[in-house]
Write a protein that binds this ligand. Structure first.
Ligand code: ZN
Length: 113
């Protein structure tokens, strides 16, 4: 008996041992190390492709998470999202500041408006 819908359809409802055997078989399929290995590799590959998309969208973390969690759907979502503008950088200390800041929050240098 294999773990599929055919086995489920052909099961004898009056024999609880058959249902139990099928349940055991399907549970065993879920704990198969090969299934988990493929799931982990697939997740890593999807995250890497998402990171590559994010590199061109200036949103590596966002698109890596989208790729890892949603897979190819996350890639499509990433491709549909707008390019993130890079944050302005303080000319003195080269650290990121917010767009409307008058002074650098890190070193206090006056920023051009
Ligand atoms: Zn600064």
């Amino acid at each position: 008996m294999s773990c599929d819908f055919t086995a489920l359809a052909n099961i004898d409802p009056s024999d609880p041992d058959q249902a139990n055997a099928l349940l055991q078989q399907c549970s065993g399929a879920l704990t198969d190390p090969n299934l988990w290995l493929w799931a982990i590799v697939f997740t890593i590959v999807c995250a890497a492709v998402g990171a590559l998309i994010g590199k061109y969208k200036n949103a590596v973390v966002r698109d890596t998470i989208l790729g890892a969690t949603l897979g190819p759907i996350g890639w499509i979502v990433s491709l549909c999202m707008p390019v993130v503008k890079p944050r302005p950088v303080c000319p003195a200390c080269k650290r990121a500041v917010d767009a409307g800041d008058r002074h650098c929050r890190h070193c206090g240098t006056a920023l051009a408006p």
